[in-house]
Design a protein around this ligand. Structure first.
Ligand code: CA
Length: 197
């Protein structure tokens, strides 16, 4: 009876293979580290965002909302016509923030708007009035100049009869394709080495 079940071939090749595998794993982890360092923040509404005069303060949720960040929420009619929140951005920056609206497809014409203001309540340019046919969606970009204190208030308002509106404000990051590519290549190389071993 053999004392070990490890095939002789694997014992002979274990040292160089594990060295190479460690290098490849290192490359993969470097990719993961890079990915998390540049990761964006996506805030998904779980507790209803403010309906009233005092906006929900999300300024500490995002380091800088301009850096690949997003708020995803819902409005419903009746019951939750508004979501008001504030975020922090680079002071005085020219902001280009994408938005998207969709609904639950229950019919009719859907109206929803976003009004932007500063912490003092002063209106900022770039607000939008969205209108689209139920079952489709509406998207665009909010263009405005960030106030000198960096605080921007979003007022998202339901203006129609459809029960449910989904909205996204900001950039929901795609998977980091370049970084995933590096990790993926390392994983493929690892698998090939294992198949050859
Ligand atoms: Ca709300």
């Amino acid at each position: 009876m053999h004392s070990s079940h490890i095939p002789k071939k694997q014992i002979l090749s274990s040292k160089p293979t594990s060295l190479n595998n460690n290098m490849l794993l290192g490359a993969a982890f470097a990719g993961l580290t890079l990915s998390s360092a540049s990761a964006a923040t996506v805030y998904t509404e779980s507790t209803d965002l403010s309906n009233g005069a005092a906006p929900t303060d999300l300024t500490s949720t995002f380091g800088n909302f301009l850096s690949d960040s997003a708020v995803i929420g819902t409005l419903s009619s009746p019951g939750d016509f508004s979501d008001y929140f504030t975020v922090q951005m680079t002071p005085n920056a020219s902001a280009f923030i994408p938005y998207e609206f969709s609904d639950d497809g229950s019919g009719g014409t859907i109206s929803v708007n976003i009004t932007l203001s500063g912490s003092s309540g002063a209106f900022l340019g770039g607000s939008v009035n969205g209108s689209f046919t139920s079952g489709s969606s509406d998207s665009g970009t909010l263009n405005f100049t960030v106030p000198s204190d960096g605080i921007v208030r979003f007022n998202v308002n339901h203006e129609s009869q459809s029960p449910l509106i989904n909205y996204t404000v900001g950039t929901v990051p795609e998977p980091g394709t370049a970084v995933l590519g590096l990790a993926g290549l390392a994983a493929i190389a690892l698998r090939r080495r294992r198949e050859q071993a």
